[in-house]
Ligand binder design. Structure first.
Ligand code: AMP
Ligand code: MN
Ligand code: MN
Ligand code: MN
Length: 282
């Protein structure tokens, strides 16, 4: 238990708790510094901030930006961003336009597999917020086409599957540029989840650094200790600040809870000590 959580989602992307509910749960779990990092959107920040102020929590305004790097989708979290920064919002709006088109395309591809109405239902589940593959996966489970979320990705939505639409997300330097322009610090999210070889992950991090990226999510969700050890070595070697986040999406994810994270290895410099996160508790 560390009192921090720098990676969480709300109903403004593919989380199932409203920002206020998320903040309350974080508070109940002993969190004093919480970042809300919805996919390609910052619309939940105002509500989260109000709830955090009420409970005396520090809310770090954040976002998780979808990036395409060498045909791979990579997520870059921005922490401590000024959500009023116009270039950041213009960039996010472009990604949401792609998301909107992609959602229709996913629906068309599922229809070819005799799954009717998935697009409309996924939009319904998203309730006006960005439509994510998570919404399609939830729908496929509800409709009984698959038993679990994992299976929905394995059979339909994952890379190389029938309903997978290759991403045309932001370039790495764009995402880092928007975050830095907005006064924030850029973090490579859940590096262990990309199935990159050690060499390729290192190249990603080197390019990320060259673009102005400064932090690595050394602890993500419930990852194995061996992954944490490998990422800790990389953060030290490449002199990156270390972040820790649950990537919490709601109580349905029973293997992880907001703020329930192991401590960062003590030799690392925690991201909360980065200039972008010191000072004003926005
Ligand atoms: P999108 O950004 O719309 O492509 O959706 C990506 C989201 O899908 C991630 O942020 C996760 O929340 C979720 N996701 C990806 N892979 C899986 C999986 N195997 N099982 C459950 N959720 C997943
Ligand atoms: Mn997600
Ligand atoms: Mn992610
Ligand atoms: Mn996430």
């Amino acid at each position: 238990m560390t009192g921090h959580d720098f990676h969480t989602h709300s109903t403004y992307s593919d989380g199932t708790l409203a920002p206020g509910e998320l903040v309350e749960r974080a508070h109940a779990n002993g969190v004093h510094t919480l970042a809300l990092t919805d996919h390609d959107a910052t619309d939940g920040i105002a509500e989260a901030r109000a709830a955090a102020a009420h409970l005396g929590l520090r809310l770090v305004p954040g976002v998780e930006i979808s990036v395409t790097w060498k045909q791979q989708t990579v997520h870059v979290v921005g922490l401590g961003v000024d959500v009023a920064h116009a270039p950041l919002q213009a960039g996010l709006a472009r990604l949401r336009e792609f998301r909107a088109w992609r959602a229709q395309e996913i629906g068309r591809r599922l229809r070819k597999k005799n799954i009717e109405g998935a697009y409309e239902r996924a939009r319904g589940l998203a309730k006006g917020a960005v439509v994510s593959r998570t919404h399609f996966a939830r729908d496929l489970v509800r409709q009984g086409f698959v038993a679990t979320m994992g299976q929905a990705f394995k059979q339909y939505l994952g890379r190389g599957r029938v309903a997978h639409v290759p991403g045309r997300w932001a370039a790495l330097e764009e995402a880092v540029g928007w975050i830095r322009g907005a006064g924030g610090i850029a973090v490579v999210a859940h590096p262990a989840r990309y199935a990159l070889s050690g060499g390729k992950l290192r190249r990603l991090l080197e390019e990320f650094r060259a673009c102005g990226g400064e932090a690595l999510e050394v602890i993500s969700g419930a990852q194995p200790p061996a992954a944490t050890a490998q990422l800790a070595r990389l953060a030290l070697e490449l002199e990156l600040f270390a972040s820790a986040g649950s990537d919490y999406h709601g109580p349905e994810q029973q293997w992880i809870d907001v703020g329930r994270l192991p401590a960062l290895p003590s030799e690392l410099t925690p991201v909360c000590e980065a200039p972008a996160l010191r000072g004003a508790s926005s």
